[in-house]
Design a protein around this ligand. Structure first.
Ligand SMILES: Cc1cc2nc3c(=O)[nH]c(=O)nc-3n(C[C@H](O)[C@H](O)[C@H](O)COP(=O)(O)OP(=O)(O)OC[C@H]3O[C@@H](n4cnc5c(N)ncnc54)[C@H](O)[C@@H]3O)c2cc1C
Length: 315
């Protein structure tokens, strides 16, 4: 069990666009920074095409995050790959505890833990996860070459999944309970595809199979009738929930579980800052998360100066 005696200036939890950008900005202010994260890249690793990050007309998510990581490596960021289980405040220090009971202490902390997929509670779903049911189209789509699949959801993630799958699977049913919430520019990409069928007003009631999935049963929400689709893959893309559990009892969250932040990424607790998708900042985009990460790092630095806990650094 590692017990770091060091009191860092800043701990950053999360290695997505927000956390990595915060790491660069903070080390350029000569802060002593520890980045604790489960992975490098976060949700961007699941994005095959990024077409809206400035400076690149087109880049894959993993390539973009590889470039972020290389930039972080230019600076003295101490990295720990672990899941943070809790954050607490003990006298003048914040303590981040990992799942293996390692403890790291700091004067300030930035929570940049992003979001994760919302799970679906319907008969058979849990039993078939990894055996036909998937929460990650980018990861699992290649396993469904020339097969018939369902994508559940009506937002951008669901449309992105259907777009990826339509070039791999034989038939893609894109099904949502309520009207589409995806951007029109995303919907346009799949609307005219010969092998994509869009259905609105249907709810998944059961996943059937023996060792793997062989059917999905849906209820028509208008007349309550049931339809059974003979599919071998079911991709669940019904939204994301914020990874705010680590500070649930410490800072104020909104009704969706997002960390409430001010314009400068401050939370309800002085010294705790938050950035990116885990916060109330409305637009969940890479460029926004990166910008918020930069703001959070500068805010943490200014907080340390104001509290007399750090000397002025050069830019
Ligand atoms: C399929 C898909 C496609 C997308 N396409 C685009 C696109 O084309 N353009 C665009 O701008 N945006 C896109 N987005 C949105 C974009 O990916 C997010 O807005 C962005 O990744 C948010 O960055 P973040 O750093 O706030 O969080 P995340 O990317 O979610 O990163 C969070 C990080 O925190 C870590 N973490 C979480 N909890 C813990 C913990 N307890 N302990 C330690 N580490 C933890 C994770 O491992 C991860 O490294 C897409 C999202 C998805 C899901």
């Amino acid at each position: 069990m590692e017990q770091s005696a060091a009191l860092h200036d800043l701990i950053i939890v999360g290695g997505g666009p927000a956390g990595l950008t915060a790491a660069v900005y903070a080390t350029r202010k000569m802060l002593d920074v520890r980045l604790i994260t489960e992975n490098i890249g976060g949700q961007v690793l699941y994005s095959l095409n990024v077409e809206n990050y400035m400076g690149y007309q087109f880049i894959s998510g993993p390539d973009l995050m590889d470039r972020f990581e290389k930039q972080v490596e230019k600076y003295n960021v101490q990295r720990t790959f672990a899941q943070v289980k809790s954050v607490s405040k003990e006298r003048d220090a914040f303590v981040a505890r990992t799942e293996t009971d390692e403890e790291y202490r700091s004067k300030t902390i930035i929570i940049a833990t992003g979001k994760r997929s919302r799970t679906l509670d319907a008969k058979g779903v849990e039993r078939f996860v990894g055996r036909g049911v998937s929460y990650c189209a980018t990861c699992d789509a290649p396993l469904f070459m020339d097969m018939d699949v369902v994508v559940l959801g009506g937002g951008n993630s669901a449309i992105t999944a259907a777009y990826e799958l339509m070039n791999i699977a034989r038939k893609v049913y894109l099904i949502n309970r309520s009207p589409w919430t995806a951007d029109e520019v995303c919907l346009e990409k799949i609307r005219d595809a010969a092998n994509v069928e869009l259905l609105v007003g249907y709810q998944l009631t059961e996943v059937k199979g023996d060792t793997t999935v062989n059917a999905a049963v849906f209820r028509n929400l208008t007349d309550n009738s049931l339809i059974s689709l003979p599919v071998t893959g079911i991709f669940i893309e019904i939204g994301l929930i914020p990874n705010s559990d680590v500070v649930r009892d410490l800072v104020t969250l909104n009704e969706n579980g997002e960390i409430i932040v001010s314009y400068n990424c401050a939370t309800s607790v002085p010294g705790i800052f938050a950035a990116g998708d885990v916060t109330t900042v409305p637009e969940k985009q890479i460029i926004v998360a990166a910008g918020e990460g930069a703001k959070a790092a500068i805010s943490a630095y200014k907080y340390l100066l104001k509290e007399g806990k750090h000397a002025v650094a050069s830019y």
